[in-house]
Design a protein around this ligand. Structure first.
Ligand SMILES: N[C@@H](CCC(=O)N[C@@H](CS)C(=O)NCC(=O)O)C(=O)O
Length: 234
């Protein structure tokens, strides 16, 4: 029952955002070095940037910064001067940026065709629906929970609007686990190599090089993350 509610509310969040991030748009130049995004899953402004990454078929190194988190928040404060999220580092452009609208504009200018889709543009529609989407997932991907840091980053194949990928990302976020995010939205040129790598076109797909684990299925991924990196009572 709990799982049904979980999937249904995640699906509702996707519908609220009219599926933004389900498929790719016009792609421009590709970054030579990976983008870095400091964010947390529940933050509506971070959601907007993740939707842009998915639409533009961009990979990113994700550094989860849930409220109360001590693993990556200090880095954002050190680099940018304040704890505000999202915070994007684009080494290709020599930019370190706050403000979701500026980040989205930068991403579409540099890695798209320069046109920000209407549902990602500044304004009431995106503000209200992004906030509503977070409202369907109260408390999920919001606060840090005790965890053990992995030795190295994990890898997640995902796309932003998948209800199941969201469930996996929320757990990664709350446990402050860094990961390489491979976006494979519909139409992504990366799908072919993903299928060659994983054996089938299904996301989320988690790889943990620290333990040699590879998993499909959001429920299994959440269980694995809790058992491996969750630290109850710490
Ligand atoms: N105008 C900013 C607003 C960003 C913002 O308010 N982010 C919130 C999270 S949703 C934040 O950083 N809060 C501080 C915190 O979480 O400590 C944007 O669009 O990026």
């Amino acid at each position: 029952m709990q799982r049904t509610v979980d999937v249904a509310t995640s699906f509702a969040a996707t519908l609220t955002r009219v599926g933004s991030g389900i498929s790719i748009g016009a792609l421009g130049a590709r970054p030579e070095q990976p983008l870095e995004l400091y964010e947390f899953e529940a933050c509506p402004f971070c959601r907007k940037v993740r939707e842009a990454l998915s639409t533009l078929d961009l990979e990113a190194r994700i550094f989860p910064c849930p409220k109360g988190g001590g693993r990556y928040r200090p880095e954002v404060r050190r680099r940018g001067g304040k704890e505000q999220f999202p915070f994007l580092v684009d080494p290709n452009a020599g930019r370190e940026m706050y403000e979701s609208d500026d980040i989205v504009r930068h991403l579409f200018d540099r890695y798209g065709d320069g046109k920000v889709p209407a549902w990602l543009a500044p304004g009431a529609f995106s503000r209200v629906t992004l906030t509503l989407a977070s409202g369907f997932r109260p408390g999920r991907g919001l606060r840090a929970r005790p965890s053990v840091a992995p030795e190295g980053p994990l890898e997640l194949w995902s796309f932003e609007s998948s209800p199941f990928c969201r469930i996996a990302r929320e757990a990664l976020c709350e446990l402050e686990i860094p990961y390489a995010l491979h976006n494979v939205a519909k139409g992504s040129p990366g799908r072919e190599s993903f299928v060659a790598r994983s054996g089938r076109m299904m996301v989320p797909f988690l790889v943990d090089p620290n333990t040699g684990t590879e998993l499909f299925e959001s429920a299994d991924i959440v269980r694995y993350l809790e058992e491996t990196y969750g630290a109850p009572g710490r």
